[in-house]
Design a protein. Structure first.
Length: 330
């Protein structure tokens, strides 16, 4: 007789999957993993533009797409983590609205020795909504990405406290303090890899479709004043910036744009790309919450209607693979 919960490990400690009594979706997910048909969903970072992910997820769910493996960067990591915790769409909307619209987490100005904000409010909100759960305890496989300034490489979070991994993934340089990890300085994953399709592809072993949602956009961060960077602070304040980008806009864009060459490479590795344009939504337009969700939904629906979607609900069809090794949960 099986216990209420046990874990399946594919290969030798490459990954693990939770099976819960009475959850047929868990069995179907493991079957897709074995058959090499597991669906991976990767969500990019992009500040307030990331709310579009909620609309995209709604459209994919309506189309019957299962989510077997989840990954993301920055705002995309937060929303992917909510999916991994099995938040419903309404719960996701309510939580995100409360955190980012009702209560702006980017507050708490401090002496800018490390960053503009002290990050206490962000940390408190992440702890409040994700508790002390560890990544390896999540019902669905999940990872998020941060940038390791010490080594100059990305850091992939697959275990440890979920809230702390998310705190590292959203630590925009200059805006929020870095997170320390064994002496290393971790900042927003968008600095080095804002759309970690390559990480998902490696984790999936090259098998199974990957859906990528890129909300970075192609909008230009430009200044109307040709001498914008040479003006005195009092002149800029007197002119109320005249539509020129603020330090917050500059830092947010710098922390999420990543490498354009790297972005093109990883986009080619996904099987299905959803990219809402959202020309009127900037990185810190928190109040455009509902608009971003609707634009994400509309774009995803149009993509599905035009191109179809990789559905993988077949339980046994796929390449021959050895049965997974079953490890009883402690």
């Amino acid at each position: 007789m099986l216990p209420d919960h046990f874990s399946v490990r594919s290969g030798l400690f490459r990954s693990h999957h939770h099976l819960r009594a009475g959850h047929q979706a868990d069995v179907a997910r493991v079957a897709r993993m074995i058959a090499g048909r597991a669906v991976g969903l990767v969500l990019a970072g992009g500040g307030a533009r990331g709310f579009a992910h909620i609309g995209i997820i709604k459209a994919l769910k309506e189309a019957g797409v299962p989510f077997d493996q989840l990954g993301g960067t920055s705002m995309g990591a937060i929303i992917a983590a909510g999916l991994a915790r099995e938040w419903g769409l309404e719960e996701m909307r309510d939580r995100m609205r409360e955190v980012f619209v009702t209560s702006n987490p980017l507050s708490g100005f401090t002496l800018p020795l490390i960053a503009l904000f002290n990050g206490k409010k962000v940390t408190a909100r992440l702890q409040e909504h994700f508790d002390e759960v560890c990544i390896e305890e999540l019902p669905l496989p999940f990872f998020c990405v941060s940038s390791d300034l010490t080594t100059g490489r990305i850091h992939v979070h697959r275990d440890g406290k979920l809230w702390r991994a998310l705190r590292a993934s959203v630590a925009l340089p200059g805006i929020l303090p870095p997170v320390t990890h064994h002496g290393h300085l971790l900042v927003d994953g968008g600095v080095m890899n804002n759309l970690p399709v390559d990480v998902m592809r490696e984790q999936a072993g090259g098998e199974g479709p990957i859906i990528a949602c890129d909300i970075t956009g192609e909008f230009n961060l430009c200044a109307e004043d040709e001498r914008y960077g040479e003006r005195s602070w009092w002149w800029l304040l007197g002119q109320r910036m005249r539509g020129n980008p603020s330090i917050l806009s500059i830092l947010m864009r710098s922390g999420t744009v990543g490498s354009e060459a790297q972005r093109r490479v990883v986009r080619e590795q996904c099987d299905f790309l959803i990219e809402p344009p959202m020309p009127d939504i900037q990185l810190h337009d928190w109040k455009k919450f509902d608009q971003a969700i609707q634009e994400g939904y509309d774009t995803a629906r149009a993509c599905i209607d035009k191109n179809g979607i990789p559905l993988t609900n077949v339980m046994g069809d796929g390449p021959g693979m050895p049965l997974p090794h079953v490890i009883m949960a402690t």
